[in-house]
Ligand binder design. Structure first.
Ligand SMILES: O=C[C@H](O)[C@H](O)[C@H](O)COP(=O)(O)O
Length: 262
């Protein structure tokens, strides 16, 4: 690991290193996107080189695919893999129930597909990403370019029915042009401040015509590896949450897709 890393980068790198310990030879691994996930991809590359770890990787973005190839990971498509043992990815925010906001880098769509098609999702994050309530980080919503302003209006109208603090929305820009996702779509960022019910909001946003996916990940993450500024790394499992929460999660949804790859 390079010296002179900022505390935050050190925390991200430590979390990534710990999470990569859960990867075993023979696994099909979903590779997340972002600065924290990049540490994980590089660490996988080291294990391939130094220990002969044998894995295949399914990247969640063009950026991650390029880095994965560079460090020697064999890259395949999700359709070739069909189902994954594990996905490791970063997050923009996480709460005590392991609900996440993702998509700060615009990769939420592929990330959600890949994580959902995995037996387990491990999130890696520095401790500053933990929040009591999701929503301080703008919630990304991926929309198709056709009628994007109309879609945005419908999303704003929908927000009126929700327990959120703010309702401002912006189209994400990249310089003077709207930002384009890997799929050629646009991102509307929702500046909500605080999201009262992430589960409901996630479901309802996807009902708006033109919305492809939103960055709320609910009941998808199984484990969070948190890097702290003082060098500690903490591992939290969904099973370690209070009985009450675990039972509610299982009763309400479980992972309804978890048997598909069996
Ligand atoms: O679209 C990007 C992803 O959801 C990232 O995992 C997320 O934005 C966190 O990125 P970073 O690790 O750079 O903070």
């Amino acid at each position: 690991m390079p010296e002179n890393l900022s505390q935050i980068d050190q925390a991200k790198a430590n979390a990534a290193r710990k999470a990569v310990e859960f990867v075993e030879s023979g696994m099909k691994v979903g590779l997340g996107t972002g600065s924290t996930a990049a540490w994980m991809v590089r660490r996988l590359g080291e294990r391939i080189r130094d220990e002969g770890l044998q894995i295949v990787g399914v990247p969640t973005s063009g950026r991650t695919a390029a880095l994965a190839r560079e460090v020697g990971i064999r890259v395949i498509t999700l359709d070739e893999a069909k189902w994954l043992d594990l996905t490791i990815d970063g997050a923009d925010e996480f709460d005590a129930e392991m609900n996440l906001i993702k998509g700060g880098g615009g990769a939420l769509l592929q990330e959600k597909i890949v994580a959902t098609a995995s037996d387990k999702m491990i999130v890696i994050a520095d401790a500053a990403k933990e929040v009591a309530h999701l929503g301080a980080f703008p919630l990304p919503v991926e929309v198709i370019p056709f009628g994007a302003e109309v879609t945005r209006g419908l999303v704003e109208e929908l927000l009126g029915a929700f327990d959120v603090m703010g309702r401002r929305t912006t189209i994400r820009m990249s310089g003077d042009e709207p930002f384009r996702t890997d799929e050629g779509n646009l991102i509307i960022d929702l500046h909500l401040g605080r999201i009262g019910n992430p589960r409901q909001l996630a479901l309802m946003l996807n009902q708006v015509p033109g919305v492809v996916e939103n960055g709320l990940f609910v009941d998808i993450c199984d484990r969070i590896v948190i890097g702290h500024a003082d060098g500690r790394v903490e591992v939290r499992d969904i099973h370690d949450l209070s009985i009450e929460v675990s039972e509610t999660l299982i009763a309400e949804t479980g992972n309804i897709f978890s048997n598909i790859g069996d």
